[in-house]
Design a protein. Structure first.
Length: 214
């Protein structure tokens, strides 16, 4: 059995001056899990991913990443994760895509070397020097996913990754997920947008509570 990556026990979360959004969540996510997280808008799916990524802290209860609270982890522990937010703009920090590529290359020179990048054979590579302000919403989303083939050895936390993608890119994303071996992923998406065959577990978040489906 794969070791637990995340463990949640009686986790509560509320934004300041707001009622509780998440209540008594209990969940174990293992490295090999392929999880689909569904729920209505505003149910707290993105908030849950922010908690798992260590961006937010629980109001109460326990959240462990590799058996430690995220705040107690060394930075190296987060190298096992790839986190993509619901808004593509939140993941693109440069003025042009090449700026983001240069940051990835600083972190992993060999993994993001020029021959490896060109080996992706993606038409987006022709727009590395196009300002983000001149790219469509679909292209911005596609750029947030462009490097995933080079990060298949990480556990993916992806929030609505297919939003705005054209059909061919949605298909390519599905094929990438299908070919991915452990570690797995947790993907927030509306039910039916991605094939059930991509997932070993389906979770629903409603009224502050998690329910495992199927």
């Amino acid at each position: 059995m794969n070791a637990p990556l995340f463990q949640l026990r009686d986790l509560d979360f509320a934004y300041p001056s707001h009622p509780p959004l998440l209540r008594k969540l209990c969940l174990t996510v293992c490295m090999g899990d392929r999880i689909l997280l569904t729920g209505t808008n505003g149910s707290g799916k993105s908030t849950l991913l922010d908690l798992l990524a260590g961006i937010l802290k629980p109001s109460s209860g326990m959240l462990l990443l590799l058996d430690k609270a995220p705040a107690e982890q060394s930075p190296e522990a987060f190298l096992d994760l790839v986190f993509r937010r619901q808004k593509a703009e939140d993941d693109l920090f440069g003025l042009v895509p090449r700026h983001d590529l240069e940051a990835w290359r600083l972190a992993w020179p060999e993994r993001f070397s020029e021959p490896v990048v060109q080996g992706l054979k993606d038409p987006l590579l022709d727009k590395l020097d196009t300002p983000y302000s001149r790219l469509s919403a679909g292209e911005l989303r596609a750029f947030t996913l462009l490097w995933l083939p080079l990060l298949v050895d990480k556990f993916w936390l992806l929030d609505e990754p297919t939003a705005g993608l054209d059909p061919s890119r949605k298909q390519r994303f599905g094929e990438l997920c299908a070919a991915k071996e452990a570690p797995g992923y947790l993907i927030v998406s509306h039910s039916g947008l991605l094939p059930n065959s991509l997932f070993t577990r389906v979770l629903s978040l409603e009224n502050g509570a998690l329910k495992e489906l199927g």
